[in-house]
Design a protein around this ligand. Structure first.
Ligand code: UD1
Ligand code: MG
Length: 451
């Protein structure tokens, strides 16, 4: 079936006011580039891949979104009207409606874009535009109306009279156009005093042809936050954070201080989990039910089960099963997998290792490239010496083994089931099951009884 609607997202502008080497639309908001939000909303509203107009930093933007959009190059960028014209070649023939939004409005929702489209489908005129009424005009275009209330034009702030500047109804920067009219009208746009072709001048053009322009008013003004400076970027991030946090609280998650809780939109949380202040939950993180996370915890791309307690710790690319407690000051690095009921106390680090059910690792240990069976006790200060300066080597510890405090496990190494090492042992050779090894380098001094 041919698409009847296409979405165009404008992202070719330089973003001069950001004063950045990075293109404006690639600046991140809660872990995702600003443009990702606009693209997702557009994709949801139209059910099709949007067309992104790129120009400044085109290559970087195209690389970042290669599989989420089609691209049209606008070079040089000569204004928002010129940008939509540049997008035409990427729009399939026969499309009836064109939705346009600015790439610098990360809070605009798919629902709002959909209501613009729905309103335009019912509208006899060629344009439905989104407006908002707020006290701070933020440099937005003003919506000028006739005395009888009909829309007359959009006037950009730079070109507005003092009287027009006092208008509080602003152009948000999202529109739905009748496609045939749009393609016909774009070449008629006049050059603005700034030397640009303004998309907003299409409103005055339609009105001068005796056509009507419809304005849809935004109910939630935060959706209209446009990002032109880094001050706006922080405002948009805060608004997005409030939106996400409110949704999680509504869904049954307790946030002790939502203003100090940062949850990226990709994260999933279970019911009755409590998040203490100053937590950053990032990427593809999933946290189960009845957990307590934080304060002061970073969790990135990590799966956490139910009933876990994690205090002041950093977890990256790890898996944590049910009933695990970590911290304070634990660090799980890539490939750490803590099975059910593991206890990991203060100042522990685990990398690329499996800790079986019930393993206890209370204090000051480093475990890397290890496989540890269930119910092993890892004494304070135990280190897997996994790196010989050239290569990494594995360590294996059998079920129920007891590693004495300050043991150095020089890998590659196997500690048998039920074995023990004495405090301060430097273990360079495998320890058989149910044997006690002590000293530097450690030697087996006696067999142990099986319990
Ligand atoms: C624009 C609107 C203004 C509206 C405001 C809302 C125009 C002329 N003005 O102003 O009425 O209130 O947005 O945020 O449209 N872009 C291109 N190519 C260009 C120029 C811009 O793709 O040649 C893109 C930018 O990357 C940006 C968007 O269009 O994503 C808007 O451009 P920007 O310069 O931010 O326009 P505003 O001054 O904010
Ligand atoms: Mg802008």
């Amino acid at each position: 079936m041919k698409p009847t609607v296409v979405g165009i997202v404008l992202a070719a502008g330089k973003g001069t006011r950001m004063k950045s080497k990075t293109p404006k639309v690639l600046h991140p908001l809660l872990g995702q580039p600003m443009l990702a939000y606009a693209l997702q909303a557009m994709q949801e509203a139209t059910g099709a891949r949007p067309v992104v107009v790129v120009g400044h930093g085109a290559e970087a933007v195209q690389t970042a979104f290669a599989d989420q959009a089609d691209f049209a190059l606008q070079d040089p960028p000569l204004g928002t009207g010129h940008a939509v014209q540049a997008a035409r070649q990427a729009v399939p023939e026969g499309v009836r409606w064109v939705l346009v939004s600015n790439g610098d409005m990360p809070l605009l929702t798919a629902d709002t874009l959909r209501s613009l489209l729905d309103a335009q489908r019912e509208h006899a005129g060629p344009i439905t535009m989104l407006t908002v009424e707020v006290d701070d005009p933020r440099g937005f275009g003003r919506v000028v109306r006739f005395p009888d209330g009909r829309v007359q034009a959009i006037v950009e702030e730079a070109d507005a009279t003092e009287e027009q500047k006092r208008i509080r109804e602003l152009n948000v920067g999202a529109y739905c156009f009748d496609a045939a009219w749009l393609w016909d009208a774009l070449p008629k746009l006049p050059l603005s005093p700034k030397g640009e072709y303004y998309l907003t001048d299409l409103v005055g053009l339609a009105v001068s042809e005796g056509r009507s322009v419809q304005a849809l008013r935004l109910e939630d003004p935060t959706e209209a936050i446009g990002v032109n400076t880094r001050v706006h970027l922080a405002e948009a991030a805060a608004a997005l954070q409030r939106r996400i946090n409110r949704a999680w609280m509504t869904a049954g998650v307790t946030l002790i201080d939502p203003d100090r809780t940062y949850i990226e939109p990709t994260v999933r949380l279970g019911q009755d989990t409590v998040i203490w202040p100053d937590c950053y939950l990032r990427g593809e993180t999933v946290i189960g039910e009845d957990c307590e996370i934080g304060p002061n915890t970073i969790v990135e791309d990590t799966r956490i089960g139910n009933r876990c307690r994690i205090v002041a710790s950093v977890l990256e690319h790890a898996v944590v099963e049910d009933d695990v407690d970590i911290g304070p000051f634990g660090h799980l690095r890539k490939g750490a997998h803590l099975a059910k009921g593991v206890h990991m106390g203060n100042f522990g680090e685990v990398k690329n290792s499996y800790l079986g059910p019930g393993v206890k690792m209370g204090h000051f240990s480093y475990i890397g490239d290890a496989t540890i069976a269930e119910d092993v006790n890892i004494g304070a200060g135990t280190i897997t010496c996994n790196y010989d300066g050239e290569r990494k080597h594995p360590t294996k510890i059998g079920k129920g083994a007891f590693i004495g405090s300050d043991t150095m496990l020089v890998a590659p190494l196997e500690i048998g089931e039920g074995a023990r090492t004495g405090a301060g042992a430097v273990v360079t050779k495998n320890v058989p099951p149910y044997s006690l090894a002590v000293g530097v380098p450690a030697r087996v001094i006696r067999k142990l009884e099986k319990k």
